[in-house]
Design a protein around this ligand. Structure first.
Ligand code: AMP
Ligand code: MG
Length: 482
C-alpha cells in the first residue's frame, strides 16, 4: 500500500478534472526504477505486483489516489493557446518520501481526458523509452529534472505514422505546476484562483517567500534564479530541450517534458533537433532568451498578485525580470569555466568563448573534446584532443593561453572532472535502444541506462559510449512522439 496525499486536489476545482482509471488493459512492466522507488520510500514489490502494474498503466486507482487531469494553458512556439491541460496524462496523487519531500506521481500515456482535444491520449513506446533514458541521464548529471519511475506497455497498438506499441511512463516530479498553469487562471481573470495557486506553490516549493513583503514578487525572483541555473546547466552538457513552450516550464525549476530533446554531438550553437521547430526558436543558443521570455509570461500572469495597480505591478515585475541576464551569465560562466578548470572571471569566460568558437568552426564533438581536455591535463598529452581539430595551430595557441590562466593542476582537474561527463545520452544510442526494443530486445535500453547512471565515472567496458556517432549512425531529428 502506498500512502498518497492529494494537496493539488484541494485547490479550486477549475484547475483540474477528476478522472476514472481507463479500461483494463494487458499491461506489462518493462522497467522499474528501483533506486527511485527507494528514494520515494515505496516498496518495489508493491509496484511490480499485478495491482501495482495496473496502477502504473493507469488502469487502476488504488485507495488514496484521486486521479485528475491538470488544466493549463500556454504559449506554444510563441502562440497563445488558452486551453491545454493533461490530454494524455493523469496525476495519481502525491507521495511523501521518507525525508518528507513531496512528489507527484503522474502517468503519461494513460488515456483520453477532457483535455485531449483531437488526440488519443496515448503514448508510444519509443517516446516513453526516450523520456526514461534522457530524464534519468539528466538526474545522474545532477541537473534538476522530473524522474522516470517505470515503463509499462499497454498491449495496445497506437496509430501514428506507423502502428506502434502503446506505453505509459510513470513520471515523478516535485510538482507539475507550469508557467502555463498560472497563465490559465490569468487569462480567465481568476485572481482568487491565482492566489490559491501561488499559496500552494509557496508552501510546496518556496516557503522562504512567505516572509517577503510581496510574496508573488519573491516567487518570481526564486523561479527566475532556478531557471537561470537550469538553462546554464543544460547548456554545460550540450542539452537542447527542444520545446520550451510556457506549458513545458515547471515552476519548481525541474526540467520537464522530454519530447524532441537531445544532447548535441558536435558543437553547433544554432543546433535544433525538433522536427517542428522550423524557425530555430528553441535552438541551443536561444535557450536563455526563451527562458527569459517565458518568465516574462509568468510575471505577467502574476501581475494581479504583485500590486493592485497594474502600472505599479508591471514596474516591479520588470525590474525583477531585468536581472535574468546577469543571473544567467553568472551561472553559465561558472559552469563553463569549470569545464576548463578555472574559476569564472573575465579572462576565463573569454577563453571559453574562444574554445567554443574553435569547436564550432571545426565541428568538434562537444562532450568528447572537454573530456579529452580533462584527460589531456591529467596525463599531460593533448594529442588526442588536437586530433579532433582541423585548425590544430589555433588549438595549440588556445592551449598555451589556457595554461597561463589555469592555476594548480590538481585543483583544475578536480573542477574539470566534476563538470565534464564522460557519457551523455547520445541521440544515436537512444535511437538504438528504441529500435532494439521495437524488435522485442530491451537489453540495449538496459545497458544504456547502466552507462548513464554514472556519467562521470570512466569505465573501460563502456568506452564505445564515449564516442560520437559514425556518419551513418547520426540522428539529426527528433519528434515530439505524441
Ligand atoms: P506537449 O507537446 O507534450 O507539451 O503537449 C502539448 C499538449 O498536447 C498537451 O496539452 C498535451 O496533453 C497534448 N497532447 C499531446 N499528445 C497528446 C495525445 N496523444 N492525446 C491527447 N493530447 C495530447
Ligand atoms: Mg508538455
Amino acid at each position: 500500500m502506498i500512502a498518497f496525499e492529494n494537496s493539488y486536489a484541494r485547490l479550486p476545482e477549475r484547475l483540474f478534472v477528476r478522472l476514472e482509471p481507463s479500461e483494463p488493459l494487458a499491461p506489462r512492466l518493462i522497467r522499474l526504477n528501483l533506486a527511485l522507488a527507494e528514494r520515494l520510500g515505496i516498496d518495489a514489490d508493491t509496484l511490480s505486483s499485478e495491482t501495482g502494474v495496473a496502477m502504473l498503466a493507469g488502469a487502476a486507482a488504488p485507495k488514496g489516489t484521486e486521479p485528475l487531469a491538470m488544466a493549463y494553458a500556454g504559449h506554444q512556439f510563441g502562440n497563445w493557446v488558452p486551453q491545454l491541460g493533461d490530454g494524455r496524462a493523469m496525476l495519481l496523487g502525491e507521495i511523501i518520501a521518507p525525508d518528507g519531500a513531496r512528489f507527484d506521481l503522474h502517468l503519461k500515456g494513460s488515456g483520453r481526458t477532457p483535455f485531449s482535444r483531437g488526440g488519443d491520449g496515448k503514448a508510444v513506446l519509443g517516446a516513453v523509452l526516450r523520456e526514461y533514458i534522457v530524464s534519468e541521464a539528466m538526474a545522474a548529471l545532477d541537473i534538476p529534472t522530473t524522474r522516470a519511475l517505470s515503463v509499462v506497455t499497454t498491449g495496445e497498438i497506437v496509430m501514428r505514422d506507423n502502428p506502434e506499441p502503446g506505453a505509459v511512463l510513470a513520471r515523478v516530479a516535485a510538482s507539475h505546476i507550469r508557467v502555463g498553469t498560472f497563465q490559465y487562471l490569468y487569462a480567465r481573470k481568476d485572481t482568487e484562483g491565482l492566489q490559491a495557486l501561488l499559496d500552494h506553490v509557496i508552501t510546496r516549493h518556496y516557503p522562504e517567500a512567505t516572509k517577503a513583503e510581496i510574496p508573488a514578487l519573491a516567487v518570481l525572483d526564486l523561479v527566475m534564479a532556478r531557471q537561470a541555473e537550469l538553462v546554464a546547466a543544460w547548456m554545460s552538457v550540450g542539452f537542447i530541450h527542444g520545446v520550451m513552450n510556457t506549458d513545458n516550464m515547471a515552476i519548481s525549476g525541474e526540467t520537464i517534458d522530454y519530447g524532441p530533446c537531445a544532447f548535441m554531438d558536435n558543437y553547433d550553437s544554432l543546433k535544433v533537433f525538433s522536427s517542428i521547430d522550423h524557425q530555430g526558436r528553441y535552438a541551443f543558443v536561444n535557450q536563455p532568451r526563451i527562458a527569459h521570455w517565458n518568465l516574462a509570461q509568468f510575471a505577467q500572469a502574476m501581475l494581479p498578485l504583485i500590486a493592485a495597480d497594474e502600472e505599479t505591478a508591471v514596474k516591479l515585475a520588470q525590474a525583477q525580470l531585468d536581472r535574468f541576464e546577469s543571473l544567467f551569465v553568472a551561472a553559465y560562466n561558472r559552469r563553463f569555466c569549470a569545464k576548463i578548470g578555472v574559476k569564472a572571471d573575465e579572462a576565463a569566460a573569454e577563453a571559453v568563448a574562444t574554445l567554443l568558437a574553435l569547436m564550432e568552426q571545426d565541428e568538434v564533438d562537444f562532450t568528447l573534446a572537454f573530456r579529452r581536455l580533462t584527460s589531456g591535463l591529467d596525463v599531460d598529452d593533448f594529442a588526442p584532443l588536437s586530433a579532433m581539430f582541423k585548425d590544430t595551430a589555433a588549438l595549440a595557441g588556445w592551449l598555451d593561453g589556457w595554461q597561463n590562466i589555469r592555476g594548480d593542476t590538481d585543483a583544475a582537474l578536480a573542477l574539470m572532472k566534476a563538470a565534464n561527463p564522460v557519457y551523455i545520452a547520445r541521440n544515436h544510442r537512444v535511437e538504438q535502444a528504441i529500435n532494439a526494443a521495437y524488435q522485442g530486445d530491451f537489453s540495449v535500453f538496459e545497458t544504456l541506462l547502466t552507462v548513464l547512471e554514472k556519467p562521470f565515472a570512466d569505465r573501460e567496458a563502456f568506452a564505445a559510449f564515449e564516442t560520437p556517432p559514425r556518419p551513418e549512425e547520426r540522428v539529426c531529428m527528433t519528434f515530439c512522439g505524441t
